[in-house]
Design a protein around this ligand. Structure first.
Ligand code: KE4
Length: 431
């Protein structure tokens, strides 16, 4: 069994980073806050592997939190990025690459007739919310407890006690006014949805949700929940926004909306659309998108939006996915992993739940099904922390929180999954 528990150089680099970067990281998700310890500092990635600065090799199931569905350094991406670099890095003027990627997104994503490129998922959701409010002339928006849509002021809210609660800021620095028009409902709660629309339907500018939630761990919507949401948004002229930053091109070539057969009005994208480079996007019905500047009055802009190097990376990624259509392979690999993890828990007498859609999944240390934030937060986070470090020390790099989702890539193999499951059996035995 691999031993990757010795990480002296990562310790040195973390102490150094802490001196000039808050928490030593440029995104809190990487800080091991939920599991403790020192994050390995990564020196490089290759296929399904990460290598840290101490020379340890890990089987990677984060894939940069989703972008690397093709694994690290796929040859098609590397050569496309290198070719783009030969022409320059950014021009602040339109390029053909932006139209190439936009046309492919329009072709692949059922709801998208027009699309605007931005630089992150957060920019995409922030812009989509502003667009929905500008298009409808309404202010109130609805999100679901447990869904994360980036660090947008109006979406950094936490639910209060009742089911239909006005959001209160979940972060200092967010004025109460920013969340005063944000309602929060429980995910998968059809009756709360019906009540909200009965009471506020004509005031609702938009409902935004992750069509498969990845940010309370993987939580799967019921068909009734999605169908009811689509019907009520249509009946009330409320903009339905699918935040597919994580699910986009992950759960299928046509995204979650294609997999489930539910078409939103606006879709936000990120992660895979950039293939590891900074790309976000929002798109949807042409009549809605034409409300965006310079056509319409809803303002949105960005110096590096549509950056040609990032476009090349995203285009190579989507073109490879179209060429390979690897979703049956991803389904099979992820099912092998999920079934094996469930078996490892059962053999160790540890209650675990596995939620999986395609190649995204979460193992919850929980003795009951996980269908919303309440059931997700009933999971045993302490046991998760021991599980995480046990796997990390055996060369398996998992998301460092119970409330995140792991990803299988096309670079993974049945043999690597089997190796992962051997590490899982040894780790579970010690929990
Ligand atoms: P970014 O601004 O991080 O590119 O995207 C925000 C975002 C929006 N919508 C969904 C559904 C998302 O999952 C995300 C970001 N996901 C987290 C992982 N759960 C990114 C990791 C991080 O914050 O470092």
């Amino acid at each position: 069994m691999t031993d990757t528990s010795k990480r002296p150089e990562s310790e040195v680099q973390f102490a150094r980073a802490l001196k000039c970067i808050p928490g030593g990281v440029n995104s809190p998700a990487r800080a091991f806050g939920a599991v403790g310890g020192t994050p390995p500092f990564i020196q490089r990635g290759e296929g399904p592997y990460l290598f840290d600065v101490d020379g340890n090799q890990y089987i990677d199931y984060i894939g940069s939190w989703g972008p690397h569905i093709l694994g690290h350094r796929h040859p098609a991406l590397i050569s496309a990025i290198q070719a783009a670099l030969e022409t320059g890095t950014s021009f602040g003027a339109p390029t053909v690459a932006e139209s190439d990627l936009a046309e492919l997104v329009v072709e692949l994503v059922p709801s998208v007739e027009k699309v605007r490129m931005v630089n992150s998922g957060t920019e995409a959701t922030m812009s989509a919310i502003r667009l929905a409010r500008g298009f409808t002339g309404r202010d109130v928006i609805v999100k679901f407890a447990g869904c994360y849509h980036g660090h947008v002021d109006s979406l950094l809210v936490q639910a209060g006690s009742a089911a239909l609660t006005l959001g209160t800021p979940s972060s200092p620095g967010v004025p109460v006014g920013c969340t005063a028009d944000t309602f929060i409902l429980p995910y998968n709660d059809v009756s709360a949805l019906r009540q909200m629309f009965a009471e506020q339907g004509d005031k609702l500018a938009a409902v935004i949700l992750e069509p498969v939630c990845g940010n309370m761990g993987c939580v799967i919507p019921s068909d009734e929940f999605l169908q009811t949401l689509r019907r009520l948004c249509t009946e009330n002229s409320t903009v339905l926004i699918f935040d597919e930053v994580m699910t986009g091109f992950r759960v299928g070539l046509n995204c979650a909306q294609g997999r489930f057969g539910i078409t939103p009005d606006v879709t936000t994208l990120g992660k895979i659309i950039g293939g590891g480079m900074p790309v976000g996007a929002y798109g949807g019905r042409a009549d809605i998108m034409d409300a965006v500047s310079p056509v319409g009055a809803v303002y949105q802009a960005g110096t590096l939006s549509g950056n040609p190097v990032a476009m090349a990376s995203g285009l190579a990624t989507l073109r490879q996915l179209v060429k390979d259509n690897p979703y049956d392979k991803l389904e099979s690999l992820a099912a092998q992993l999920a079934d094996g993890l469930l078996q490892a828990g059962q053999s160790a007498g540890i209650p675990v739940q596995i939620n999986r859609v395609g190649s995204m999944l979460t193992l919850f240390f929980n003795d009951a099904p996980v269908t919303d934030l309440t059931s997700a937060t009933a999971s045993d986070s302490e046991r998760f922390a021991k599980w995480f470090h046990g796997m990390l020390n055996r060369g398996v790099y998992l998301p460092c929180s119970q409330f995140e989702t792991l990803f299988v890539s096309t670079a993974h193999t049945p043999e690597l999954i089997q190796k992962t499951l051997q590490a899982a059996a040894a780790t579970m035995a010690g929990l």
